[in-house]
Design a protein around this ligand. Structure first.
Ligand code: 13P
Length: 250
């Protein structure tokens, strides 16, 4: 099995004072891990996060970026504005952005391409809703999100991308996919990538699980063979809980 990539997605939480307290508490708790640790923080916390994590094993990510380099796009942030701060990762196409802010597979692709071109490593989110799962459309939805959302992504570019499988029904609900549900869905996701990029590239691709993952259920999920890590929301806001996820799989 690969080492795991564990990313915290703080969403719209933590001002600069709270961010400093959380990161300071987190640093010693995750310093021994062989896993990759990333915190994806609000734009306003990025400078502080980069400064505080310098010289540690914690990497910093943003939660979105635009596809243009500059221009009249009020409220948006260009990928190069992130890299110049020392940001390494960026979450793209989170289901909250898809459902609240009109993100589509097409804009996911544009943002991913631009992020890669700037030297960021995108964490691209996909996942089905409960209705889609219950109506037997899970595979159709996931394969559309992959085939459209990765349409122009080359095999070389894929090497710098992390995929996060986040079933929408498990996000923030306290309902986690079972170990087997998460593993099976990720196996399916990997098979779609294999059909596009070949088996070797698909096997190398890191695919995380996200959705109510926490200190209690992380070990089971991270021991599943298909699950290469986690994208953690609520539990990433508590240093001890996030550290327990990071350290769940040695
Ligand atoms: P929760 O862990 O709070 O369910 O959020 C998951 C998520 O959306 C991470 O991106």
């Amino acid at each position: 099995m690969k080492n795991k990539i564990i990313a915290g997605n703080w969403k719209m939480n933590n001002n600069r004072v709270q961010a400093e307290a959380l990161i300071t508490e987190l640093i010693p708790l995750v310093s021994e891990t062989k896993n990759t640790v990333i915190i994806c923080v609000p734009f306003t916390d990025l400078c502080k996060a980069v400064k505080l994590t310098k010289g540690t094993n914690i990497h910093v990510g943003a939660q979105n970026c635009h596809w243009k380099e500059s221009g009249a796009y009020t409220g948006e942030i260009a990928p190069s504005m992130l890299t110049e701060l020392g940001v390494e990762y960026v979450v793209i196409g989170h289901s909250e952005r898809r459902s609240y802010f009109g993100e589509t597979d097409e804009t996911v692709l544009l943002r991913t391409k631009a992020a890669l071109a700037a030297g960021l490593k995108p964490i691209v989110c996909i996942g089905e809703t409960l209705d889609e799962r219950n109506s037997g459309n899970m595979e159709k939805v996931l394969s559309r999100q992959i085939l459209d959302g990765f349409k122009d992504i080359t095999a070389d570019e894929l090497k710098n991308i992390i995929v996060a499988y986040e079933p929408v029904w498990a996000i923030g609900t306290g309902v986690t996919a079972t170990d087997e549900q998460a593993n099976d869905a990720i196996a399916y996701v990997r098979s779609v990538f294999a059909s596009k990029y070949g088996k070797t590239a698909a096997d190398k691709l890191y695919i995380q699980y996200g959705g109510s993952m926490n200190d209690k259920n992380a070990e089971g999920l991270l021991n599943m063979p298909q699950i290469d890590g986690g994208l953690i929301g609520g539990a990433s806001l508590v240093a001890a809980k996030f550290a327990a996820v990071v350290n769940a799989k040695k």
